[in-house]
Design a protein around this ligand. Structure first.
Ligand SMILES: Nc1ncnc2c1ncn2[C@@H]1O[C@H](COP(=O)(O)OP(=O)(O)O)[C@@H](O)[C@H]1O
Ligand SMILES: [Mg+2]
Length: 357
């Protein structure tokens, strides 16, 4: 029997009641210390249930403090509460352009549109039809909206002229200033209610992790929560760090055939768990951007021209067709926007310098 026979096997886990509760994507039914924000957002969206115009809302604040979870939680409850309302969640990392976004909305509402080849007006026509057919009230969440081409906002607002009940939008970003670059006219027609999310303090983090641990584990030492919460707060306040600690401690306890997650398990895994942000970002950049980061790994500063050459060489070695100089410039700008590289603009005529943040 191979490598799998010595592990816990397929039977019930001695440690976990429901391991999936500790995954980042899991949306808990209770979100301690976000009650006020939840109430405020729900109040803003409620008019949609009666076919009236919801209040557009903008949530901002550092990563890992419940912005996405709060909206997903509200969306789930709202669709249960009102059969007329449809709530669509979209992460703008996956749909960065106007057409990509509008197409995704149509598909989400269950009408057909081709991913490529349709004009914007055709897609908007389809979307209008979809909204009027499928949803008396439509709420859209645009998460990580800093990744979206802001001109998409113009088209989204335009749709309200054609539909029977206005669309409500919830925007989310780590960056409070994303809308600063949008035209003032668009900003004022968005009419945003802004809600800033603040990081949790140690006690709040403890409450949150304790609730998740109670659902996930059969038994655990109280001090496990203390250790993991402390680590998460020290590493920047991202709840995902705390959840990772709990999951890893649980898995270690399981490997050791323990019935309970103990302080020793938590202590043993803490060091291996770092801040969550950089890893997550790196998974979401494209292959060309990944090559740029690899080239920039050596700590020197690169001129744009040299970087492009080295990028082309590396790409070819990897069997990837290099993009044009101009296209790569856009990718480098994107890496700068998400703070993975730094760029110094030099005087006119001189090349800019690029290095790793
Ligand atoms: N108040 C809370 N109660 C329970 N879990 C929370 C709470 N706040 C955040 N989380 C959990 O922390 C993780 C990160 O939260 P998320 O909403 O993705 O952060 P953000 O969108 O602000 O970056 C998710 O697994 C989420 O369920
Ligand atoms: Mg989020």
């Amino acid at each position: 029997m191979g490598i799998f026979s010595s592990s816990a096997g397929l039977g019930e886990s001695s440690v976990f009641k429901r391991e999936e509760v500790l995954l980042t994507e899991y949306v808990p039914t209770m979100l301690p210390h976000r009650e006020n924000q939840i109430k405020q957002i729900a109040r803003n969206l409620l008019p949609a249930a009666k076919g009236r115009k919801p209040q557009n809302t903008f949530l901002y604040g550092p990563p890992g403090i419940g912005k996405t979870a709060v909206v997903k939680h509200i969306f789930r409850e709202f669709e249960e509460y009102s059969e007329h309302v449809r709530c669509v969640y979209i992460n703008c990392w996956d749909f960065r352009t106007t057409t990509a976004l509008l197409t995704e909305l149509v598909l989400d509402l269950g009408l057909f549109v081709q991913r490529r080849g349709w004009s914007k007006d055709e897609i908007i026509g389809k979307l209008t039809e979809a909204i009027n057919k499928r949803a008396k009230g439509l709420i859209v969440c645009l998460d990580e909206v800093d990744q979206l081409d802001l001109s998409a906002l113009y088209d989204l607002l335009r749709i309200n002229q054609y539909v029977m009940s206005p669309v409500g939008i919830v925007f989310i970003s780590n960056n409070p200033y994303v809308f600063a670059k949008a035209e003032p006219r668009i900003r004022s027609s968005l009419g945003l209610d802004e809600i800033g999310f603040k990081p949790y303090n140690l006690n709040e983090m403890k409450d949150i992790l304790k609730e998740r641990a109670k659902d996930a584990f059969r038994a655990f030492d109280a001090a496990v929560i203390m250790l993991c919460a402390n680590h998460a707060v020290n590493k920047g306040g991202d709840v995902r760090v705390g959840l990772q600690c709990l999951l890893k401690a649980g898995r270690l306890a399981e490997r050791e055939h323990d019935q309970k997650v103990r302080v020793e398990h938590a202590k043993a895994v803490l060091k291996s768990i770092k801040e969550a942000k950089p890893q997550i970002l790196k998974e979401r950049i494209n292959e060309h951007e990944k090559i740029v980061l690899r080239v920039l790994r050596s700590s020197k500063k690169w001129s744009a021209g040299k970087l492009y050459k080295k990028y082309c060489d590396t790409a070819k070695k990897d069997g990837i067709k290099p993009v044009s100089d101009r296209a790569l410039r856009e990718f480098v700008n994107h890496l700068q926007a998400i703070e993975l590289v730094k760029i110094s603009e030099k005087k006119v005529g001189k090349s800019r310098l690029i290095w790793r943040a």
